[in-house]
Each structure stands twice: as structure tokens, then as C-alpha cells.
Design a protein around this ligand. Structure first.
Ligand code: M3P
Ligand code: FE
Length: 304
């Protein structure tokens, strides 16, 4: 019984056409469905039906979807989440285009998390037979290969960490705590496979999105992404820079609605025997932006 990965992020955007340009032309995602004011998108190296849903009207997170290893696991997750005290309902095949039956959980942080196993397989752009390393017809914009992780905010990081650990079997790769003599949990970076994080959360408002991130191959792909942001006048939050936390490389930027996105490269490998790394608030600027060792307060305050 395990969670495999972040499958989809569903966000609201103020202007669907403007955001469609951003996710399609700048990031390079492909449209797989366009129905009822919702645009379903997929990156070139993803196999399942979609990984991003844009819905017109407002800004911020509608829900997150995480894919589980087997359909049979869903019963057990339902029992565990209910026992934890979370609100859980069954979701039906077709509630999300291409996605089968699953669970819809209201997290202690008030975010909606969907768990599912069955999802329509579209395959990636290079196929499974003697594949090219990348689509030979070329990529649009950055050509992001896949989604990587999300970071959300919660009033109670301890409770949310307990939920992800006890109900979903995630482990903490990194903790951000109040200080050397203050073990108050300010943030947690948690994984379900071998990435440094599949979800992270920091203390803040309930139910908000700090960012969702796309994987890019390496530092030079990240710099090229920066060039494309400039060509397309995409507002940059910060980067290119190195994260102390997770050791990843990053650029944060905004979609036209103001949702924060990230391109993320590198980072170490975790696993079941990984021991949690701890950062203290007095080193938080270095933890988040190791290169510049400074943080604009808006980086922490602006959420959607
Ligand atoms: C990351 C990451 C915050 C730190 C963010 C770190 C919001 O996004 O990918 O490691 O404090
Ligand atoms: Fe991130």
C-alpha cells in the first residue's frame, strides 16, 4: 500500500485564455481536454491523462490528486483517514475527466486531496518502443517534462505531518523548526518515493497554495527556462538559485492569475531509511535560497 506520486493539480485562474497561453506556450504542456470551462493539460513525459487542470474564476487551489499503487489500497486509506478524523467521501469515475473511482479527503489544513489509482493512460510523447530521448518534433517553450511537487500552507504543520505520515505513509525529508532551542515545526518536506519531496507545507493560512513545481532536467535547463520567462515576460519571484532545503535548483514565477509555479532540478535521493534533515529559522533564508541568503517577506506571505 503506497502513494506513488503527485498526479494532478487543479487550480483556478482569472482568465482561462491568458493562463492557457502560459501553461501551453511558455511551459509547453499539451491540451488533452477542454470541457465545461476547464482545461486539462499534460506534460510531454507524463503518461496519465492529465497533470494540471485550469478552471476559470478566481485564483488558488481547487484540489490535489495523488495516485496510489493499487485500487484495493483505497479502502484502507478510507478507513485510516476516517479514523484520523478527516472528512472522506468516495469520488466516482468521471468526476475528473479520465480519472476513475477514488477518495476525496479534506485534509486537516482544509485542502482537498483526491486519491485514485485508475486513470486513462495516454502515454508520453516518445512512446515505449525504441524511444527517442525527447520528442523529435520538438518542444514548445520550456517543454517541462513533468510535475514534481506542491507546497501548501497550514495553521498546524504538526497535525498535517501526522496525517501524511500515519494515513498515507509519507516520510519527512526536511524539517524547518523555530530555532536551535525551539522545536516548533514551521515547515515539513515529505516524500512517498525517493524524491526529496512530493508534498511540502509551511505554517500559514489554511487551505492555501504556495506553489506547484515542475521538474526540469538540470541546471542548464533551468537557465534556459529563465531565458524563456524573459522572452515571454513572465513575472519572476526569485531564482535561478539553489535551495538549501532539498538541495534542488529553482526558479519561482507566477502564472497570469498569480498562482506561483516553480521549475525544480536536482535534489538528492531519499528512501525509507532516509533520516530527516533539520533547518532552524535563523538559517531559513539560506535553507530556501542558499545562493543569495536572503528572502523577500512576500515569498512567504503571497499565497493563492
Ligand atoms: C521549495 C522546495 C518555502 C520553501 C520552499 C522550498 C515556501 O519550494 O522545492 O524545496 O518556505
Ligand atoms: Fe518547491
Amino acid at each position: 500500500m503506497s502513494v506513488i506520486r503527485l498526479g494532478y493539480v487543479h487550480v483556478r485562474v482569472t482568465d482561462l485564455a491568458a493562463s492557457a497561453d502560459h501553461y501551453r506556450d511558455t511551459l509547453g504542456m499539451d491540451t488533452v481536454a477542454d470541457e465545461d470551462g476547464r482545461l486539462y493539460l499534460k506534460s510531454w513525459d507524463e503518461h496519465d491523462h492529465h497533470s494540471v487542470v485550469l478552471e476559470e474564476g478566481g485564483v488558488g487551489l481547487v484540489k490535489l490528486g495523488y495516485k496510489v499503487a493499487e485500487s484495493a489500497d483505497l479502502d484502507e486509506y478510507e478507513t485510516k483517514a476516517s479514523a484520523f478524523g478527516a472528512r472522506v467521501e468516495r469520488m466516482s469515475k468521471g468526476d475528473n475527466i479520465g480519472v476513475g473511482d477514488g477518495l476525496r479527503i479534506t485534509l486537516p489544513s482544509e485542502h482537498t486531496l483526491e486519491l485514485y489509482h485508475d486513470v486513462e493512460y495516454l502515454g508520453n510523447s516518445t512512446g515505449n518502443w525504441n524511444p527517442d530521448p525527447w520528442p523529435r518534433e520538438g518542444l514548445r517553450g520550456i517543454g517541462v517534462p513533468r510535475l514534481d511537487h506542491t507546497l501548501i500552507t497550514t495553521e498546524d504543520p504538526v497535525l498535517l505531518e501526522r496525517f501524511f505520515a500515519e494515513v498515507l505513509g509519507f516520510r519527512a525529508a526536511e524539517h524547518l523548526v523555530g530555532g536551535p532551542d525551539n522545536d516548533e515545526l514551521v515547515g515539513s518536506w515529505m516524500f512517498c518515493g525517493e524524491q526529496p519531496h512530493d508534498i511540502a507545507f509551511v505554517k500559514g493560512e489554511q487551505g492555501k497554495l504556495h506553489h506547484f513545481a515542475y521538474h526540469v532536467d538540470d541546471w542548464s535547463s533551468l537557465l534556459r527556462a529563465g531565458d524563456i520567462f524573459s522572452m515571454h515576460d513572465v513575472p519572476i519571484d526569485f531564482g535561478p538559485a539553489r535551495h538549501g532545503i532539498t538541495r534542488g535548483e529553482t526558479i519561482y514565477f507566477f502564472d497570469p492569475a498569480g498562482n506561483r509555479n516553480e521549475v525544480f532540478a536536482g535534489g538528492y535521493r531519499t528512501g525509507p531509511d532516509f533520516r530527516t534533515v533539520t533547518w532552524t529559522m535563523d538559517s531559513a533564508a539560506r535553507g530556501i535560497n542558499y545562493t543569495h541568503r536572503e528572502l523577500d517577506p512576500d515569498f512567504l506571505n503571497v499565497v493563492t
